[in-house]
Write a protein that binds this ligand. Sequence first.
Ligand code: R2B
Length: 298
Amino acid sequence: MSNRLANPHLDTMASDFLYHLDINVANTQDTSDIQQKFGDVRVVCTGGTASRMRELALYMRKVLGVSDPSDPVDLCERGHRYAMYKVGPVLCVSHGVGSSTFSVVLHELLKLVKYARCQNPIFLRIGTCGGLGVPPGTVVVTKDAFNGLLRNEHQIAILGKLVVRPAQFSEDVIKNIMEYGADPNDGFQTISANTMGTDCFYEGQGRTDGAICEYTEKDKMDFLQKCHDLGIRNIEMEASMFASVTKKVGVKAGDVCVTVVNRLEGDQVTVTMDQKHEFEQRPFLVVGRYIKKLLSQN
Ligand code: R2B
């Protein structure tokens, strides 16, 4: 990552309050305090809920051999929006549901690593998703991110106009997660495939069980089959935004999600909470091994 983001206005700001993180960059010309706190960060892991990110932080302690019996501290608690835990060079940050909540924290995290002068930090999303023709519990490492229009791009309205940006993740990161993170002896499959990121969990993902539905079961299945034909094996709500924003600023990123339902067989998520919890540990395993390898390399 160069030490510049894709925003020339930042160069003219004397201070920058990362509002949702409740982190104040009091002097953008001298960020030594931020560098001291966050300058060693190499990996920023993001995921939907605060409790899962806390669990991930505890898991990362084990992976990195950090012996610390204390409760993980939420560094953004006063912001009341997102939770952030730090384990050595790994940040674990919650992002909520969907691109709109995620993009808020993503912009601020990208600025944070810039002010902290982190060296080529890698951003990861660790999540849950619907599967397409794969058994629940499968871990999918995203290749190309499609939006709800089945385009490999992200669309966003800016100044009253639609701006379209490409949405691919770093090939390096995908390759290395598959090589160092996936293990055939895990008892579940980890695959690399395309992902559709939608703006809506119900109609946007072709479900017939939302509060509104104006299409038939056949329309839905035709759509899901079309997705499948495009190599899409999972559906979530963040991938296209995440891929496009990180690509735009030149930060390497990856998306690793576990499926909780096979959408070719139904819409409702019926796995028990215990099973869901067990499934949620699977991306931890994959990403944990990848991060360990990454940190051992330099
Ligand atoms: C997967 O799970 C959440 C919706 O239940 C959302 O963040 C997603 O993409």
